[in-house]
Design a protein around this ligand. Sequence first.
Ligand code: FMN
Length: 359
Amino acid sequence: MSLLFSPLTLRDVTFRNRLWVAPMCQYSALDGVPNDWHHVHLAQFASGGAGLVVAEATAVVPEGRISPQDVGLWNDAQRDAWARVVAAVHARGARAGLQLAHAGRKASTWSPFSGEHGTVPAEAGGWTTVAPSAIAYEGYAEPVALDEAGIQRVVDAFRAAARRAIDARFDVLEVHAAHGYLLHEFLSPLSNQRDDAWGGSLENRARITLEVVRAVRAEVGEDVPLLVRFSASDAAPGGLEPDDIAQVSRWAVEAGADLIDVSSAGLVAHQELKVGPGYQVPFAARVRELSDAPVGAVGIITTGTQAEAILQAGHADVIFAAREWLRDPHFGLRAATELGEDPEGLWPPQYLRAFRRPS
Ligand SMILES: Cc1cc2nc3c(=O)[nH]c(=O)nc-3n(C[C@H](O)[C@H](O)[C@H](O)COP(=O)(O)O)c2cc1C
């Protein structure tokens, strides 16, 4: 049996395999409520063999949405709509995860398929954004620096959304601390120029992320796996490097996280990142080596053989893929076939006639 298709257990949850769906924003919700689009979009990956399907960045407060069309989890109507999506994922044998998010200074932007760019103005449904410091992302509106009470409200909102996620029966939660959104903005010296307890040293810059991890862990109890997604590098001079994130990962595990999902960049528009097959795997391997935390690798991983080689080399414990699942929602079934796995159990019985090709 391949490593990729071996089960994995984190806390009380066993995943049927280690090929997971990374969170992907759909910019398709009204008032933050997931709908039929999200239902079919996420359930198809469960039919397609994923071990875990992580739903997109889900805002913990309305002003934490990347775009006005983002999903959220700050009220009970959203919780109930998510519960239907979770049930559909479970019915197809996969575990369901949710990424809890706050977009910070990169909130209130146009969806990528709106035809517009930059910040959505108030008259078009946008809002004033918040951040650690009043420093704009290039081309976006200037955010307001959060005060002490505002920071506490963010932590409380992550906690409240975590409760609703568990009530909706999600198996796994992921805290989004990557891609230049609020928690990443606190982590990076390029966007955090505070001189209080929330800025300055790495420990201070990591404080809000660790408070969020602690609050979510306290809310969900000991049985629920908790992932944290970090950008291991800002890919810009003076920004975060993998060794900083390895240190923060160690602290995150002490605070209650179980696995670090290692991504990169997104903080500044002038980043310079070399992108190619498996381009973020070295970041995952470095974080795993220095922090001892289990990690997920992500970024242009598109075949079962490639994913299996990453696991066999000890670079990561699980594989996340995003765009390959969009190209082929049955990526998991394809990867399993590629690695010679038995179709029983993974292939939906309704689809088995397609596995047994006529000889
Ligand atoms: C359509 C789309 C939406 C995305 N939305 C999110 C998101 O909500 N949260 C997140 O952490 N990453 C998001 N990402 C990044 C992916 O999770 C992933 O890290 C990235 O696409 C690299 O993996 P890939 O090469 O397998 O696509 C998104 C990517 C795509 C293509």
